[in-house]
Design a protein around this ligand. Sequence first.
Ligand code: SF4
Length: 321
Amino acid sequence: MSETPWIGPRGQVMRRLELHLTYTCPERCVFCSEDHRMARFKPYPVTWGRVATTLRTHAARGVQHLHITGGEPSIHPRFVDTLRLAKRLGMRTSVGSIGTMLQRPDFAARAMPFLDEGLFSLHGPTAEVHDALTRRPGSFERVTRALSTAREMNPDFLPCVNTVLVRPNAAHLPDTVALADSLGASLIVVSNLTPEGAGLDNYEALAVPLEALRALVPQVVPRARRAILRFFGVPYCLLGEHAALSNDLHWDPRVTVEWAAHPGRVAFEGVYSWDPGRKRVYTDACGGCAMKGVCMGVFDRYAELWPTDALNPLSPAQEAS
Ligand code: SF4
């Protein structure tokens, strides 16, 4: 019997489950937002019993989309079983991956019949740029092969790309987007560096200044010729005429199921997010902005470290235009 769905403060219905399937990864990305949690929770495997209970519980409460993340989720020994069970429960399935296992045709042949979408991590237009950020030689080759293999094996598969924007790859961003587009990505998410995990540890060295972000946007947009482009973690007012590409406008509530630390114990539990405002704050400038409440502002660490004069609060007339 189906149970009552989770309802958010503005009447939103929770339809999306993000499941952290593993806390290990073969890469060592300089900006990894999960770096601290991976170090903390690596000794706690996510067992098949936990996975199956999580999927069944959430399906019963109306969750329709499973996104599997990690670490690198494809290395979990029950990865394909997780996808298979989700499909049996009527869910749409997606994975966030750097391509570790999906680049292997034998593995992809087992997984692809149950996988609807993939968000592949591509952080540069060349092996030199990408591998310097993942700190593992061959990473660029593996993730581009995984994307191509997935597309070949399932014509209905939705291939997407996530590229994390940091100072070392900022000048390459237009070419990275062009490459993702040419590889057949349907959606390209440009993710501004989030101050979490290694991304927090290295934030001062890696974060792109707001002024540079604003200047990059018009260079990047025309390079996505077929793909839909989204900017995650970028203040709405920096996007100018491309503000409709703000990910803040295209975001679904989600429950993230992961290990969490409590005094004297750890628990595998759900964290409920009803807006994309994690780690983001409003500045004084945002106070009079017509987009406050839709746009989630700037990252908290950025506002602590640097001036935010580049923000450009919008009047009600600008919002309507
Ligand atoms: S001024 Fe603040 S709330 Fe308004 S669009 Fe810019 S960052 Fe967002």
